[in-house]
Design a protein around this ligand. Structure first.
Ligand code: FAD
Length: 483
């Protein structure tokens, strides 16, 4: 049966938001609270929050990989999150470690600790790279992630830290990754910038938030939960476990989105502005009629990197004192391990802690089809190999698989993305945004900034100011990821 929800006839402005991660939820929260419009939010998952949600493992609230709310958030975004969370938004010290050359170094880097902990040959090479930096030339050939880093940071930190790390994260050689990745993901792109960052950590020079992060008392997902509560209270119709069947268009105008819930019931959302945060590949796939051939061709080569999250519950109150361990080295396949309880200093439940390993991996790769037990055993042996032996009983292991953890910025992605993006931007009645829509390496506060920008471009009658949006898009393109 097809049910039709049409707001055109009633003359009421209406928005249908696709995807209920941070971008979609913040939009629903703002539009439902600040306008008279009818707001519907659709997500194919059984819960909201996207990659920034939380869930319980053996009574401990845990996240989809290490998540922190960064103080770098724009003031408007920061103020909104503080207002939503109140006293539940904790300011916590960062206390992590990176494994380099078989040694542990505090992260964020601290000058004294780095000098003490770095292997001597490594430190000497770093100093040499620093001194020779101004004379260093980029390698011949087209600019890539690797050439930009070699020029800016020198070979020591590039080859020992960034190159193995990106190989693991994206499954590609740094020569095959785009310069844009360095711009979006490497905030310390020269030795002097890294030193400045370290200097800012020194007592007397640091601000209240230097070396700290915000984290909600009840897990990172509490941010999304508060937005969900607000959106519901203000009348948003939230439809979970509901897929996008097709998006109908008449020439350049999007006219309706047809959704299907888990019972097979179809609904046609007619006459509303569609605000999409779902992966742009899924968005294009739903278009009816399909986009022009060159757009389909470009979209076919756009790739997102997947990730397996392995949660291991240990029968001990605390495994380490650190919030996160970073593993750039190739000897261990995971990129990061976090101990959730150390993010918000929660002690209950007594005698249990959860470790979360982030294993970058795509469907079809060896790890993807392994059982939880096999992945748990592998996790234990990897930890043993980096001097973190698991000497306490393992209570249980569960896994989660993210199909869209990171956009892949391979060397040719920019032209393909531009082709797809230009076509989507030419459509009336639809706005494409969010991490998955704009194929952006971003943090949650960047996704929120997109929602604020979008809300600012919508007038009470639902008209969308494209010129203003273009200015916001230019701003978004300078977002740099905080790690
Ligand atoms: C491992 C990891 C660690 C991270 N750490 C941090 C951190 O420390 N700090 C930080 O600020 N950010 C961090 N991020 C980034 C953060 O998770 C994202 O910026 C944020 O989730 C982006 O929000 P979004 O709404 O744009 O996208 P998403 O969170 O991806 O949400 C997209 C939503 O769309 C839904 N959807 C997808 N396809 C469809 C479909 N076909 N139909 C209907 N619905 C669909 C999904 O179910 C999901 O709910 C991290 C990300 C990862 C992967």
């Amino acid at each position: 049966m097809l049910c039709v929800v049409s707001d055109k006839a009633k003359g009421k402005t209406s928005y249908t938001i696709l995807g209920g991660g941070p971008a979609g939820l913040m939009t629903a929260h703002l539009l439902a609270r600040d306008t008279d419009a009818r707001v519907t939010l659709i997500d194919r998952a059984s819960r909201l929050g996207g990659n920034a949600g939380s869930f319980q493992v053996e009574g401990i609230t845990t996240d989809y990989g290490s998540h922190r709310f960064h103080p770098a958030a724009e003031p408007e975004v920061m103020a909104e999150v503080k207002a939503l969370l109140g006293d539940d938004l904790l300011l916590r010290p960062r206390h992590g470690r990176i494994r380099l050359g078989g040694r542990w170094i505090h992260f964020p880097l601290k000058l004294g600790n780095a000098l003490k902990s770095l292997p001597v040959p490594f430190a000497l090479s770093l100093i040499r790279d620093m001194v020779t930096g101004p004379l260093r030339r980029a390698p011949d050939g087209p600019a890539t992630f690797s050439s930009v880093l070699l020029k800016g940071l020198g070979p020591t930190i590039s080859k020992n830290f960034y190159f193995p790390y990106v190989r693991k994260l994206w499954g590609l050689d740094p020569d095959h990754l785009a310069v844009k990745l360095a711009e979006r993901r490497v905030s310390g792109s020269s030795v002097s910038k890294i030193l400045m960052k370290m200097a800012r950590m020194l007592p007397g020079l640091r601000s209240e938030t230097t070396g700290r992060f915000f984290y909600p008392r009840k897990g990172f997902g509490q941010i999304c939960q508060t937005m969900e509560e607000s959106a519901r209270q203000n009348g948003t119709d939230i439809q979970l476990e509901t897929g996008i069947e097709r998006i109908e268009r008449d020439g350049n105008t999007v006219t309706a989105v047809i959704t299907k819930d888990k019972t097979g019931h179809e609904t046609r959302h007619d006459g509303s502005q569609i605000l999409s945060t779902i992966p742009l590949t899924a968005l294009l796939g739903a278009m009816d009629p399909p986009p022009p051939a060159e757009v389909i061709e470009a979209a076919r080569a756009i790739r997102y990197r997947g990730m397996i999250l392995i949660y291991m519950v240990l029968e001990t109150g605390q495994f380490t004192e650190y919030d996160a361990h970073y593993f750039p080295e190739v000897s261990i396949p995971i990129s990061r391990m976090s101990e959730t309880k150390n993010y918000n200093n929660v002690t209950a439940p007594e005698g249990l802690t959860v470790l979360c390993a982030e294993l970058p991996c795509d469907p079809g790769e060896e790890w993807w089809d392994m059982s939880d037990e096999e992945l748990g055993q592998a996790f234990c042996s990897w930890l043993g190999g980096v001097d973190l032996p698991v000497n306490v009983p393992v209570k249980s292991v569960i896994t989660r698989r993210l199909s869209h953890a990171y956009p892949v910025y391979d060397i040719d992605y920019a032209d393909r993305f531009e082709t797809v993006d230009n076509w989507l931007e030419s459509l009336d009645g639809l706005v494409n945004y969010g991490r998955q829509g704009l194929f952006a390496h971003d943090n949650t506060h960047h996704a929120f900034a997109m929602s604020f920008g979008l809300a600012d471009c919508l007038s009470p009658d639902g008209t969308f100011d494209r010129q203003k949006w273009a200015r916001y898009r230019e701003k978004f393109s300078h977002h740099v990821v905080e790690d």
